[in-house]
Design a protein around this ligand. Structure first.
Ligand SMILES: [Zn+2]
Length: 598
C-alpha cells in the first residue's frame, strides 16, 4: 500500500512516508505536522488534534471511563486492549466532550487511529451516540474529527456492525433537531465508520491525500486482480465524485471550521478580503463583443492607451483624455438608449458581464463554496454554498460560466448536468433545515445537452427541484443575472420573488433555436427575440418577474461594483419583506404566484 500511517517519532529527524525525504522534526512540527516538501499530512494523535483545534483549556471530556466488555470473549482481545491503552493513554479509540473553538461552543468528537486503528466497537459507537444526545440536550453543533482507519472492530463482531445503525440513527436525530454537524475526515477513514456517522455531516471536509473509502484498496486489488490508480479513494477522488464539500489543508482547517460554525450559528463576521477588480477590456475581446458595442470598445481602448502613455511620460493629456471619456459616454448612452430585444440578449451574454461567483465575492461579507451532490459528482456549472449577506447566513446557488476558454469548457458554458441540480437541492435542504433563506442566480444558456445528462436523468433532476422548491420551508429569491435559458434555468428558479437584472433575459428557448425551429433559419434570431418577449420589462408586463434590478448605464459589465451594489440593495429589501410573512403563508403564496400566471 502506498500510503502508510506512520506517527512522528520524538527524534530529531524523520522520514516522510510519501516523498521519502529526511526531514527535520521541528520543521514538520512548525508546519502543522505536514511535510514541508510534499504536503504529506502526518497522522495526529487526539492530543495533537485538541491542541491544534480548540481554545486552550476549553475541552471537557465526557464518559472517559467507558470500557468494552468484550462481548464475544474474543481471543486475545483483552491483551490487545491493554496494549492500546498503555500506548495511547486512552480507554478506547475515541474521546468526546464540550469545547469551544474561537469562543464558539460545540460538542467535539475525535477518533484516534493509534488505538487499534480507530476501529468502532461498542464504546466508540456508544460515545458517538452520547455525543449526539449531548449536543441535542445542550443545543450545540457537533464537530467530528475522524481518524478511523479500520472501520468495524473485528473482535466485537456483530456488536460492532450494529454500531453503524446506532450512530447513523443518532446523527439523524441531531439533524432533526436542526443542529449543525461538521465532519472532518483525516487519513485514514474507512469502512463501517465511513459508511455510518462519518459520512453524514451537513458539511463533509477532508484533509488532502487522506485515504477515504469503504473497501480497503488491498482487498479490492486482490479480489479484482487489478492495480488501482494512486489517487483511488483519496480525498481528491471523493471530492470529484461528489462526497466531500471541501478538501482543506491542515493549515486552513481551524479557520474553515470557525467560518462554518459562524455560518451555522448565524454569528457571522465580515471577512477581510481584497476588493474585486473587474477584468479590463483587451483588444482581443473586441471580436467577442456584440456589434453595437464595438465602437464604444474602440474608444475605451484608445482612452486606456492614452492614460497609460500620459502616466509613463508624465505629461498632461487631461484634455484629450476628458474628450475621449465624453465620447465613450455619449456612444454608450446612445447605444443603450433603445436596445432592441436581440441586443439585450447579447448584453446578457456579454463576455465581460459579472458571473455568479463574481457577485458572491462582491455582495457577501463571507462565502464558502461547498461541493458535491453526495450521489455521484460535482458539477462546476452550478455553484453554491454558505454566504453571509450583511451578517445574515443565506444559502447561495447559481449557474456559473467560465471566463477563459479553458474554464468555459470545464464549466460546460454554464449548462448544468443532473449532478448540478442534485447539488443545488442538497444545499436547499440544508437551508431549510436551518431556516436560512435561499438566493439563486440564473445564468445559463440551458441545461446540458449531453448523452450522459440524459442517462443520469436531467429531466428527473429538474422536475424534482421544481417540486421541492415549491414547498421548501424558507424564503427563496430568484434573480436572473444574465441568460435565463429554459428548463436549465427554472431548475433552480422557483421561488417567492423573481428579480431580473435590467439587461437579463428569460425565455423558454434561445432566439436562435426558436428561429431555426419555426422558420428553419437561425439567422432570424433577432425576429424571434422580438416575438418571444423575453426581456426583463416583458416579463414584468407578463406578471412573471416581480422586479427589475437596474444596471449601471451601459450594462452590468461597465461597472461591476455598482451593479453588485444595486443587486444587493434589491436582495436585502425583498428578503426583509419576505421574512415578515409566516412560513406557511409564504408557501401558499408561492403556490398561488405560479397559478396566477397566464
Ligand atoms: Zn514528503
Amino acid at each position: 500500500m502506498s500510503r502508510k500511517f506512520q506517527h512522528i517519532p520524538a527524534d530529531l529527524f524523520l522520514k516522510c512516508p510519501q516523498c521519502k525525504r529526511i526531514l527535520i522534526a521541528k520543521d514538520v512540527e512548525k508546519n502543522f505536522q505536514v511535510c514541508p516538501r510534499c504536503d504529506y499530512h502526518f497522522l495526529l494523535s487526539y492530543k495533537e488534534r485538541l491542541q491544534s483545534l480548540v481554545d486552550e483549556g476549553s475541552f471537557v471530556e465526557y464518559d472517559a471511563d467507558l470500557l468494552s466488555n468484550d462481548p464475544l470473549q474474543f481471543p486475545q482481545y483483552q491483551e490487545k486492549l491493554a496494549t492500546a491503552r498503555a500506548k495511547t493513554g486512552l480507554n478506547d479509540a475515541i474521546i468526546y466532550g464540550t469545547a469551544s473553538i474561537d469562543s464558539l461552543p460545540c460538542v467535539l468528537i475525535i477518533t484516534d487511529f493509534n488505538f487499534m486503528g480507530g476501529s468502532m466497537g461498542w464504546v466508540l459507537g456508544e460515545k458517538v451516540k452520547r455525543a449526539m444526545e449531548l449536543a441535542i440536550e445542550k443545543k450545540l453543533p457537533v464537530v467530528l474529527i475522524s481518524g478511523s482507519g479500520g472501520g468495524a472492530r473485528m473482535q466485537e463482531g456483530i456488536i460492532s456492525l450494529m454500531q453503524m445503525a446506532k450512530t447513523a440513527a443518532a446523527v439523524g436525530r441531531l439533524h432533526s433537531a436542526g443542529l449543525p454537524y461538521i465532519v472532518v475526515l483525516t487519513n485514514p477513514t474507512m469502512a463501517g465508520v465511513l459508511a455510518s456517522f462519518a459520512s453524514l455531516g451537513d458539511v463533509n471536509i477532508a484533509e488532502p491525500g487522506a485515504l477515504i473509502g469503504f473497501t480497503g484498496p488491498r482487498v479490492i486489488e486482490q479480489t479484482l486482480k487489478i492495480k488501482l490508480p494512486p489517487d483511488f479513494q483519496s480525498s481528491e477522488f471523493q471530492l470529484k465524485h461528489g462526497f466531500l464539500d471541501l478538501v482543506v489543508h491542515r493549515k486552513e482547517l481551524r479557520s474553515i471550521i470557525i467560518r462554518l460554525l459562524r455560518f451555522f450559528l448565524n454569528r457571522n463576521q465580515p471577512r477581510e478580503k481584497p476588493l474585486l477588480v473587474q477584468p479590463s477590456l483587451t483588444p482581443e475581446d473586441i471580436s467577442l463583443l456584440p456589434e453595437f458595442e464595438r465602437p464604444i470598445a474602440e474608444v475605451m481602448l484608445q482612452l486606456d492607451k492614452l492614460e497609460k502613455l500620459a502616466e509613463r511620460e508624465k505629461m498632461d493629456r487631461s484634455e484629450e483624455i476628458e474628450e475621449l471619456r465624453k465620447r465613450a459616454e455619449e456612444l454608450t448612452r446612445k447605444a443603450y438608449q433603445n436596445l432592441t430585444r436581440w441586443e439585450r440578449v447579447q448584453v446578457a451574454r456579454h463576455p465581460l458581464r459579472p458571473y455568479t461567483l463574481d457577485y458572491a465575492e462582491m455582495i457577501f461579507d463571507d462565502f464558502i463554496e461547498l461541493h458535491g451532490d453526495r450521489l455521484m459528482g460535482d458539477d462546476p456549472a452550478i455553484v453554491g454554498g454558505l454566504a453571509s449577506l450583511q451578517g445574515e447566513t443565506v444559502v447561495f446557488i447559481g449557474h456559473q460560466k467560465g471566463r477563459t476558454t479553458k474554464e468555459r469548457r470545464w464549466r460546460n458554458f454554464g449548462s448544468a448536468r443532473p449532478e448540478g441540480y442534485h447539488k443545488a437541492l442538497r444545499l436547499m435542504k440544508m437551508a431549510e433545515k436551518f431556516g436560512f433563506p435561499v438566493l439563486t442566480f440564473l445564468d445559463t444558456p440551458g441545461a446540458a445537452c449531453l448523452t450522459e445528462a440524459e442517462e443520469r436523468g436531467i429531466a428527473q433532476a429538474i422536475a424534482r427541484n421544481l417540486q421541492e422548491m415549491s414547498k421548501l420551508k424558507t424564503q427563496i429569491i430568484v434573480t436572473v443575472i444574465g441568460e435565463g435559458g429554459s428548463g436549465g434555468a427554472i431548475g433552480i428558479g422557483v421561488g417567492d420573488r423573481l428579480l431580473m437584472q435590467e439587461n437579463a433575459y428569460y425565455s423558454v428557448i434561445s432566439p436562435e433555436s426558436c428561429a431555426a425551429i419555426i422558420w428553419r433559419d437561425s439567422k432570424r434570431a433577432p425576429e424571434a427575440a422580438e416575438a418571444l418577449k423575453l426581456t426583463a420589462q416583458d416579463l414584468k408586463n407578463l406578471g412573471v418577474a416581480d422586479e427589475i434590478v437596474p444596471e449601471p448605464e451601459g450594462g452590468a459589465h461597465r461597472n461591476w461594483l455598482e451593479s453588485a451594489r444595486l443587486l444587493k440593495e434589491s436582495l436585502l429589501r425583498n428578503l426583509e419583506e419576505l421574512k415578515n410573512i409566516p412560513i406557511d403563508e409564504l408557501i401558499e403564496k408561492r403556490y398561488e404566484k405560479y397559478n396566477k400566471i397566464r
